[in-house]
Design a protein around this ligand. Structure first.
Ligand code: NDP
Length: 394
């Protein structure tokens, strides 16, 4: 029976631990390790099956190696922060254990995430005979699998992809982020970027927006063009692609707060001197904002994340929209988390399941676009993220 080491006991790590615990046949033994062990213990207490917990500093490779050598997992699932991707990959290389994450590496000093750092591990993972699965959350993750599913079953060639991430959830707080505030605000305040005909086109932060009518009478949303990491892997792995863009919905209230916080310097990521101490304003802001995990019992409404994919079938232009709708309150009932952590944690669990069951196997570093979408799509339906495909007129 397989053993899995989950690193990170935040909103997403908690969902992954709870979902893995539901599948004892696949995840025979589970250890949850994080910087603050008491958070792991809290989560463990809420799970009916016994799971082990441990303290680990995932910035410290020897500490990680010691923990992996002691526990001997078959897979390490990284649900800490993007800053820890490389150290955890180093520890997996040193111990010969497979690796999975949901977000690509980003250096703390520069708000720019890109795959090049992790793609550089390709030869070393191959030589060691182990596999790294990158980006197995919802976006990145499911959004890319949606595209490869459309590529496999509906179109001969994909030309245009628009990923549309809408969150109609309301947590009743004046301002809060749905996942780690530091990572979220770095992402949202960065310049927008999309891929077109082999080039990256840059836009000012949140300067391009559209109205999007959500399916199933969920209503209209204002969506904003942003850069998102799966654009880089889609551009690399979808042959014939002409354009890929990513859009996310924000409420006027969220944008107003973000603008003010930006104007007064609270979203800065460089160090400033404060009363003889150096602080990073965004990290200080994170300490003041609600913990995303605390939003679970408060959030009502639904997320709707999907991809509009246009291409050719038998020479005829076709557009498909493939999407999932997820209800915040139902997620809370099942795993005591809101839908953002849920929609990330479930695909992480399924990605881990794919590796442990041998449905996805390989040596080296893999983006999710490189793997067969079918077993993953089947499991999305089974484990809480059902999806639909509809054909659109244009
Ligand atoms: P949280 O901040 O809630 O949780 C992060 C956890 O990692 C915390 O438990 C934190 O510990 C732990 N951690 C941080 N640094 C270290 C370290 N050096 N050593 C050990 N543990 C550490 O974040 P989320 O759960 O919201 O997000 C987790 C990941 O999921 C992030 O990488 C995020 O980018 C990604 N994500 C991906 C999405 C997708 O769809 N692909 C969507 C949403 C998130 P402590 O409790 O001590 O602070």
């Amino acid at each position: 029976m397989a053993k899995v080491l989950i690193i990170g006991a935040g909103g997403v790590g908690a969902v992954v631990a709870r979902k893995c615990a539901q599948l004892e046949d696949v995840f025979g033994e589970i250890m949850l390790a994080s910087r603050t062990k008491s958070k792991c213990d809290e989560i463990a207490k809420s799970i009916k099956r016994p799971i082990q917990t441990a303290q680990v500093d995932a910035d410290n490779v020897p500490e990680l190696v010691a923990l992996i050598n002691e526990y001997q997992p078959d897979l390490v699932m990284n649900l800490a922060l993007p800053y820890q991707d490389l150290t955890i990959m180093d520890a997996c290389l040193a111990t010969g254990v497979d690796y999975l994450d949901t977000a690509n590496y980003e250096h703390p000093d520069t708000a720019k995430f890109e795959y090049k750092w992790q793609w550089e591990y390709q030869e070393r993972f191959k030589e060691k005979g182990i596999m790294a699965l990158l980006g197995s959350g919802f976006d990145p993750g499911v959004t890319s699998v949606f595209c490869t599913y459309i590529q496999k079953h509906y179109l001969d060639e994909i030309h245009y992809i628009d990923i549309i991430d809408c969150n109609g959830g309301d947590h009743g707080q004046p301002f809060a982020t749905n996942f780690n505030p530091e990572i979220n605000i770095r992402e949202v305040t960065a310049k927008g970027r999309y891929w077109q005909e082999g080039e990256w086109i840059e836009t000012e932060p949140l300067s391009v927006n559209e109205k999007f009518e959500q399916p199933e009478n969920l209503g209209p949303m204002n969506i904003y063009l942003m850069y998102h990491e799966e654009l880089e892997s889609l551009a690399r792995f979808i042959p014939g692609l002409k354009r890929a863009r990513f859009w996310m919905s924000f409420s006027d209230n969220y944008l107003k707060h973000l603008e003010v916080l930006g104007n007064v310097g609270m979203t800065r990521i460089d160090e400033v001197e404060f009363q003889g101490q150096k602080i990073v304003p965004l990290q200080f802001l994170k300490a003041l904002l609600p913990d995303p995990a605390s939003l679970g019992p408060l959030t009502k409404g639904k997320t709707c994340i999907g991809c509009k994919v246009t291409g050719l079938k038998d020479g005829v232009k076709k557009t498909y929209y493939i999407y999932n709708i997820c209800d915040h309150e139902e997620c809370y009932q099942e795993v005591q988390s809101q839908a953002i952590s849920y929609t990330t944690g479930v695909p992480a669990m399924i990605g881990g399941k794919m590796l442990l069951e041998g449905k996805w196997r390989g040596q080296g570093v893999f983006n999710i676009e490189q793997l067969d979408p079918d077993p993953f799509m089947e499991d999305l339906n089974k484990y809480g993220l059902p999806w639909k495909v509809v054909e659109l007129d244009d």
